[in-house]
Design a protein around this ligand. Structure first.
Ligand code: GLN
Length: 429
């Protein structure tokens, strides 16, 4: 049965040997693959074939994996359901009639349906963790700078990281191991500090004895009852394995969704300027409507024809937030909130080893349900976006189900604490 997990089927063979030999991978369609079209889920790039591959793709191939296709996604990563794709929605293989989450919904669905052993997604504000939670698979959002973004089509570059999705924590850790590490082609990458535990697969030992897990009350209070019940059971499991659980407070997270959307849309308005029908993207009705020779009209026509509604909304709002006179009112205040979120996390990590919360406060939406109400969709990101604002690593692991579908638990660690996330995540399997 097809869930529309892939936009393009393609086969790129990797090396014969390596830690991922024999495994198939799906690649989110905003990650460049030489010779294979890379659409970002957008009509404007429906025919775009990149001349080079992203560093992460090269690294997976070197590790022995075989690419089996490009996965469906919200247009340019803008969404929480994979319904803003120009190539139609993906259905959740783990919850019939419901969305797979987004924006990396095709990647999560491909893994959940067994159409790929592993997949890559990108996480700007939760786009790896949300679909992992909704489809009942594992997803890791790495520390900003651990994984190269070279070849990732940018949505909001100060927030996003590429991360793996897999059926088990150990397999996700193996994929992370293959793609992590500095890249001379991405100046924002850096090596973990000396002495950091970086053998991620070996950390999948479920040994949480003596670990202190903080639960930010703000990230649990608003969650649905069914989600909370599954989350509380997961905490009991951690206690049974010798971890201690304590409540902590992150007051700044109340501002995180607003701050995230101002920053993400502002960066998007700049990053998407290249899709003007000249540099990138299909052109519009150039000439036929008198736009011939007028670049302003010609760019407008290209964007009108090439972009979907959500992308247009964000480019317009982002341009507005950055414009003279409004910059201080919106963008600058969002940056202040971002700094506050970072400080709150730092303080919390003075007393706990990691933080736990439901990944998503709600179960998977029904297909079509949330498209009419963008604000509701944005608010569903409440638990994931603080992590991107603070550039921290996080994992989502399946923890159980409600009648409406799978529930994921999110762990957040200090920068470069991926091994701790893998350890805690494996304790819930
Ligand atoms: N749902 C968030 C957004 O729409 C997250 C997207 C992402 O991480 N790419 O911006």
């Amino acid at each position: 049965m097809s869930h529309n997990a892939f936009i393009t089927d393609a086969r790129i063979d990797g090396e014969d040997t390596g830690p991922l030999a024999g495994l198939t991978v799906g690649i989110k369609d905003n990650i460049s693959t030489a010779g294979v079209r890379t659409t970002c889920g957008s009509a404007t790039l429906a025919e775009y074939v990149p001349p080079y591959s992203a560093t992460v793709v090269d690294r997976l191939l070197e590790a022995g994996a075989t690419v089996v296709g490009k996965t469906n996604m919200d247009e340019f990563g803008m969404g929480t359901t994979t319904e803003t794709s120009a190539f139609g929605p993906t259905e959740n293989p783990a919850a019939e009639g419901r969305v797979p989450g987004g924006s990396s919904g095709g990647s999560a669905a491909a893994v959940a349906a067994g159409e790929a052993d592993v997949a890559l997604g990108s996480d700007t504000g939760g786009s790896v963790r949300c679909p992992a939670a909704f489809c009942g698979v594992v997803g890791i959002k790495p520390t900003y700078g651990l994984v190269s973004r070279y070849g990732l089509v940018a949505y909001a570059n100060s927030l996003e990281q590429i991360g793996p999705l897999a059926p088990t924590v150990e397999l996700a850790a193996e994929a992370l191991d293959a793609i992590a590490g500095p890249d001379p082609r991405d100046a924002t990458t850096r090596a973990p500090p000396e002495g950091t535990e970086t053998d991620y697969p070996a950390a999948a030992d479920a040994d949480v004895e003596g670990m202190t897990v903080g639960v930010p009350t703000e990230l649990v209070e608003g969650a649905d009852d069914g989600v909370r019940t599954v989350f509380e059971d997961a905490l009991d499991e951690l206690r049974a394995r010798g971890a201690s659980v304590e409540a902590v407070s992150l007051p700044s997270v109340e501002t995180a969704v607003q701050a995230y959307y101002v920053i993400a849309m502002s960066e998007a308005s700049s990053n998407l300027a290249r899709f003007d029908g000249v540099r990138y993207g299909t052109d519009g009705e150039d000439g036929e409507d008198g736009t011939e020779g007028n670049w302003n009209d010609s760019f407008a026509a290209a964007r009108e024809a090439g972009f979907g509604e959500e992308v247009k909304r964000r480019v317009l709002l982002g341009t507005y937030a950055l414009s003279a006179g409004y910059h201080d009112k919106y963008y600058k205040r969002a940056q202040d909130a971002r700094a506050w979120v970072k400080r709150d996390f730092e303080e919390a990590f003075e007393s706990v080893d990691l933080l736990a919360s439901p990944t998503m406060p709600v179960p998977p939406f029904e297909l079509g349900e949330s498209l009419e109400d963008p604000l509701r969709m944005y608010l569903a990101d409440a638990n994931t976006v603080p992590v991107n604002l603070a550039n921290l690593p996080a994992i989502s692991v399946p923890a159980g189900e409600t009648d409406e579908g799978p529930v994921g638990v999110q762990f957040v660690a200090p920068a470069f604490g991926e091994a701790t996330l893998v350890r805690a995540g494996s304790a819930l399997e």
